[in-house]
Ligand binder design. Structure first.
Ligand code: PMV
Length: 414
């Protein structure tokens, strides 16, 4: 690693996509295969800039509780020497203890812990000491809703920091020599966020496309890319019901520990669905979608809103479409899959979305994974500018209307 100049500022930018788990969420934690695909249009962007301010400024304005904090860089360097990789519980505790001194909001601490870990592990000390500005933005990706926003955050952060540390000039997919490091540290970040992640989310967010993913017993994983993902048309439905991946995964674990001989075959069955989809493609895919949702319901990770979505789709578009929850469940998102040879899909999509009271949007499946970008590709904060513009515009329009009315009244009274 090279050290940074203390005067000239440098920037590095990266983005990573969200993901949709088509089959096998939760079962994948127990070593069963699962299928996931990148949602390459829905991305998290990270921009890291050296500042010479001796402080770490972090801005994550898209979170429900937006983060805009400044922390003393020297304290981060001194208090967090020799952190473990992969991070242990004690390591997470050390970072949290330091953060509560800077911010007393639980949610902030949760989101900042992996970022601080990545900064401390991936950047040279001198670069941290000189000061950093870190900005995180999401583009259209619903946060904490089962579409892999935390993995996209982890991958994009690791990628931007590795680019800054290496001073690589590459744009697009990171150099292979850095790709493994990005994927590895994104997984460590996921451990801090979720406890016991299977690794499927960061794997697909980093690689893009679609994967058949199996977590091995030794902690390693086996990945098979699915190059010709059948022409799939997904509609995502966001219930906006908040939930915690960590708690849902822990809930399945508790159930499994109480009744292993009952729960194991259910999880194995989910793994069989994933393998069968890869082997047989889209033939009878609607049945696989329905059965997978019911199995997830059996292990207690569905939600009334998610079941309602599945039932509505079955009623409004029988044999034309099917729905299942995606990700950890308990709220968050479901997806609707259409029969591949269905004619008039747009019309069916409209009928379904009209029957549901939730936000629906269609998304392409597959596409680019992590990308190194030029810093000017970091999305600008449009909302504030446009609201200021709207305010000014409304004021201007109101003034013009009052002027026109006064002129008319004046003319009449003459
Ligand atoms: O809800 P998400 O996007 O965090 O996805 C979680 C997927 C699980 O299979 C439930 C957990 C895991 O680590 O694979």
């Amino acid at each position: 690693m090279q050290t940074a100049s203390t005067t000239a500022t440098q920037s590095a930018c990266a983005s990573a996509p969200g993901k949709v788990i088509l089959f096998g969420e939760h079962a994948v934690v127990y070593g069963e295969p699962a299928v996931a695909a990148a949602l390459s249009d829905l991305r998290i962007f990270v921009l890291v800039t050296t500042t010479n301010t001796q402080s770490l400024h972090v801005e994550m304005l898209d979170l429900p509780e937006p983060i805009d904090v400044r922390m003393d860089a020297e304290r981060i360097v001194c208090s967090l020497e020799s952190l473990q990789a992969p991070p242990t519980k004690a390591c997470a505790e050390r970072i949290r203890n330091l953060l509560v001194g800077f911010s007393n909001n639980d949610l902030n601490v949760e989101a900042l812990t992996p970022l601080i870990y990545l900064i401390r592990q991936l950047l040279p000390v001198s670069m941290i000491q000189s000061g950093l500005d870190v900005r995180v933005r999401s583009r259209d990706l619903p946060l904490g809703a089962g579409l892999g926003s935390s993995a996209a955050f982890s991958v994009a952060c690791a990628a931007a920091l590795v680019k800054l540390a290496s001073q690589s000039e590459t744009l697009g997919r990171p150099d292979p020599m850095y790709f493994e490091q990005i994927d590895q540290y994104a997984f460590y970040s996921e451990i801090l966020l979720h406890g016991t992640p299977s690794g499927i989310d960061n794997a697909v967010s980093a690689r893009g496309g679609a994967l058949l993913y199996t977590k091995k017993k030794d902690g390693d994983s086996q990945m098979e890319s699915i190059p010709n993902l059948p022409d799939m048309h997904l509609m995502v439905v966001d219930t906006k019901v908040p939930r915690s991946t960590r708690e849902l995964v822990a809930g399945v674990r508790a159930l499994y520990d109480r009744h292993p001989s009952v729960i194991r075959p259910i999880l194995q069955s989910m793994g069989e669905i994933a393998t069968s989809f890869v082997k047989n493609g889209v033939s009878d895919v609607l049945t696989l979608v329905n059965v997978n949702h019911l199995l997830l319901r059996a292990v207690g990770v569905s939600h009334a809103t998610l079941d309602e979505i599945c039932e509505t789709v079955a009623r409004v578009a029988p044999n034309q479409a099917a729905a299942k929850l995606t990700g950890a469940g308990g709220g968050g998102c479901a997806f609707v899959l259409f029969r591949p040879d269905l004619e008039g899909r747009e019309y069916v999509m409209q009928r379904i979305s009209k029957s549901l009271q939730y936000k629906c949007f269609s998304s392409s499946v597959g596409g680019d994974g992590v990308l190194w970008l030029s810093p000017d590709k970091f999305p600008v904060t449009e909302e504030k500018d446009s609201s200021i513009w709207n305010e000014r515009y409304s004021l201007l329009a109101a003034t013009a209307t009052v002027a026109a009315l006064s002129w008319l009244l004046l003319r009449r009274s003459r």
